[in-house]
Design a protein around this ligand. Structure first.
Ligand code: ZN
Length: 244
């Protein structure tokens, strides 16, 4: 073996060892960072719950122990930016919350049916939201996603389009809400015919797409009616309703 090849082999050997060590260190750093994020998330939950326990006497929970009589069944997206305090400062006992990706009736029929038929909520409120990731995914090619996610996205029927175009996303969010309302109207025909239930479709507009104020709940569909004037007529007793 000549000296040049020998030196090259030695250098190659050192490089492999260096690369291996660098990758291992990187992996260790990532693992350490993930561990610290997990600890931080657990600490956040524990601290918040400790404060909650300190702030609430046993008497606060007595009605909970007796049962629940929520005012509404609410279907929202699981998105972390969407929470019930936007529509109810004290949602405890008030709202029967059903959450999934894309605020879908299609993927949560049992939970929704329980709220309407067993807890007898007179209102079924479906809440879409600005920049919904599930809707954006459904507008795109999601064939490479995990099987369970693909299954959940397959019930969002929106036109293919550009998920980075806010106007197209806004329209697709509304389309999805309308389709989930339609599904609910079919499920609860009897309750609707008897006047026991109202199904409202809405958009929680944290992007102020509708120019009605950031965070506004915009009503886009009432019992299948999407025309703003008619929505207001249907909700004539509800002051302060915001439509498109
Ligand atoms: Zn969403």
């Amino acid at each position: 073996m000549n000296a040049k090849i020998y030196r090259a082999l030695i250098l190659f050997g050192f490089s492999v060892v260096w690369l291996h060590n660098a990758l291992a260190k990187g992996h260790d750093n990532t693992a350490a960072s993930e561990q610290s994020q997990i600890h931080a998330a657990v600490a956040h939950v524990l601290k918040a719950n400790k404060g909650f326990v300190a702030q609430h006497k046993t008497s606060y929970f007595l009605p909970f122990i007796q049962g629940q009589k929520p005012k509404a069944t609410v279907v929202t997206c699981a998105d972390s930016r969407v929470h019930s305090h936007a529509i109810d400062p004290h949602p405890d006992g008030d709202l029967f919350m059903v959450r999934d990706i894309g605020n879908q009736v299609a993927t949560a029929k049992g939970s929704i049916e329980y709220g309407v038929r067993h807890l007898h909520t007179p209102l079924l409120l479906i809440v879409g939201h600005s920049m919904c990731g599930a809707v954006k995914a459904a507008m795109s090619d999601y064939s490479a996603m995990e099987p369970a996610i693909k299954e959940d996205l397959s019930t969002i029927h929106v036109p293919r389009g550009d998920p980075d175009d806010p106007i197209q996303v806004k329209s697709a969010v509304e389309t999805n809400v309308n389709q989930q309302v339609d599904l609910a109207l079919k499920m609860f025909q009897d309750e609707l015919a008897q006047g026991k239930l109202m199904v409202i479709g809405s958009v929680y507009d944290f992007r102020n797409d509708y120019q009605k104020g950031s965070g506004r709940l915009v009503f886009t569909n009432v019992n299948g009616e999407t025309e703003p004037g008619k929505i207001k007529q249907l909700l004539s007793l509800s002051k302060g309703v915001t439509t498109k």
